[in-house]
Design a protein around this ligand. Structure first.
Ligand code: GLY
Ligand code: MN
Ligand code: MN
Length: 457
């Protein structure tokens, strides 16, 4: 995987900003992600905890970062010791000295000495910031250290009295991407759009879904990236399963294919979906649904800009989709009433976007108090409307339902097995937005042309 791309000075700047937000007499504790066993001696590929990585850039498990604003040493790290034998078997370790030399750590200790060093660091600190409640083992460990400090009360030592979830100070920082983060996300989007283009070019009826999954992963790997989440490659009815990851069916001539796949580069995700016809040509029904989702996506993207709030893209998408579904005869009734009754949820059951960053569904509040958060430059959201029409799908008529009559109509067969989602990664800029994933074609003519090119026809 790509080596660290964000300079050490950026991590130092983030730690300083966080410590200013925390204020004096405080301390922050951040554990690295645990390494998860898969079976016997095999572990899942290690992926660092996002908060920990955001502040340290340190890639190893079995580590704890400690920030002590105003302390003689403000950034402490507990990590694994160098061990030639273990490193021969399992790979290199920085060790405490390497952590100080290469990661801007003021003082590093072996992780085995944690219980010895941590309680004194908590003495006479009033506020403890950490991700309370996410890791029961770490919760217990923190409380044990606190109790050790409390036991020294008669010696005049004060134990911390305030426990604050670190999210409160750290996640607003992660929500607004710095230029260095945007650059990495741009690279993740570049690699992902390359992968989507390749999938469009090589797709043929009869292929198994996993063959395209492999093509996508091939592009990620040979660009030094990994995946941000397991790829969704679903043909026909599988395109209507929102988080389908079995990816083991044969792709059928005449069906639609939905691919939701994103590369992860140096801890940052992309999250892109394209839907296209397996045989390279949209049928009339596929075209109608596709054009509608695309119109909804354009309407939603237009609402991603400073001054608009987080829910405006969703509202815009729902309005466009509802109007279009009525025009196609798939929903019946008056548009305003259908919107109010959320009838689109029968065919569009998820929301239009989520924050994107180190986590695919990234941190950051969607509301401030009662109000939706207003977009600011540097925020990145996905915009991903969709419509899902499975075989045998049924629609309940809302007008009759209100009158207490359950009138359910089955979708006409010509609409079956069409699942369309179009998902882009959108950066809020000073005067609007930038679609980071624009290089993956989404206009019907462009998709069909690329697929023709792939077939040499
Ligand atoms: N890939 C998950 C999502 O689109 O939210
Ligand atoms: Mn997605
Ligand atoms: Mn998404």
């Amino acid at each position: 995987m790509l080596a660290r791309t964000i300079p050490a000075a950026v991590f130092a700047r983030r730690r300083r900003a966080l410590m200013e937000r925390m204020g004096p007499d405080s301390i922050a504790l951040l554990p690295a992600a645990p390494s998860a066993p898969r079976n016997r001696d095999v572990h899942y590929p290690f992926r660092q905890d996002s908060d920990f990585y955001y502040l340290t850039g340190f890639p190893e498990p079995e580590a704890i970062a400690v920030l002590v604003p105003g302390g003689k040493q403000e950034f402490l790290l507990f990590c694994r010791q160098r061990d030639p034998q273990m490193e021969i078997w399992h790979g290199r370790r920085a060790g405490p000295q390497g952590a100080m030399d290469r990661y801007g750590v003021d003082n590093a200790h072996p992780i085995a000495e944690l219980d010895q060093h941590l309680p004194p660091l908590l003495e006479n600190r009033q506020r403890v910031f950490y991700a309370i409640g996410y890791n029961p083992d770490f919760d217990r460990q923190v409380m044990a250290w606190i109790n050790q400090v409390r036991a020294k009360a008669r010696l005049g030592v004060h134990a911390p009295t305030e426990f604050i979830t670190l999210d409160r100070e750290l996640h607003p920082m992660r929500l607004r991407k710095e230029p260095e983060e945007v650059a990495v996300m741009r690279e993740a989007a570049r690699i992902t759009t390359t992968a989507h283009r390749r999938a469009m070019q090589v797709c043929r009826p009869g292929m198994p879904e996993y063959e395209l999954e492999a093509e996508i992963f091939h592009t990620f790997l040979r660009n030094g990236a990994g995946w941000a989440y397991p790829s969704i490659v679903g043909g026909g009815d599988n395109s209507c399963i929102l988080h389908y990851t079995e990816n083991n069916a044969a792709l059928r001539d005449g069906d639609i294919l939905l691919i939701d796949a994103g590369a992860e580069v140096d801890g940052y995700a992309s999250d892109i979906t394209r839907s296209f016809p397996i045989n390279g040509r949209f049928s009339g029904e596929q075209r109608a649904i596709y054009e509608l989702v695309l119109a909804a996506q354009y309407a939603a993207i237009a609402k991603v800009r400073p001054g608009c709030h987080f829910n405006e893209p969703h509202d815009a998408a729902v309005r466009t989709l509802t109007e279009g579904l009525v025009a196609l005869g798939l929903l019946h009734g008056e548009v305003e009433a259908l919107i109010k009754a959320e009838q689109h949820k029968q065919l569009y059951m998820h929301r239009t976007g989520h924050w994107l960053g180190m986590d695919v569904h990234d941190v950051g509040d969607y509301k401030t108090g009662e109000d939706w958060r207003v977009f600011e430059p540097g925020m990145v959201t996905t915009v991903e409307p969709g419509l899902y029409l499975p075989a045998g799908g049924k629609i309940v008529d809302e007008g009759w339902a209100r009158l207490g009559v359950q009138l359910e109509t089955e979708l006409d067969e010509r609409w079956w097995r069409i699942g369309i989602r179009i998902e882009d990664d959108v950066l809020v800029t000073a005067d609007g937005n930038e679609v980071l994933s624009a290089a993956a074609p989404k206009e019907i003519d462009d998709i069909e042309a690329l697929m023709r090119e792939g077939r040499g026809t």
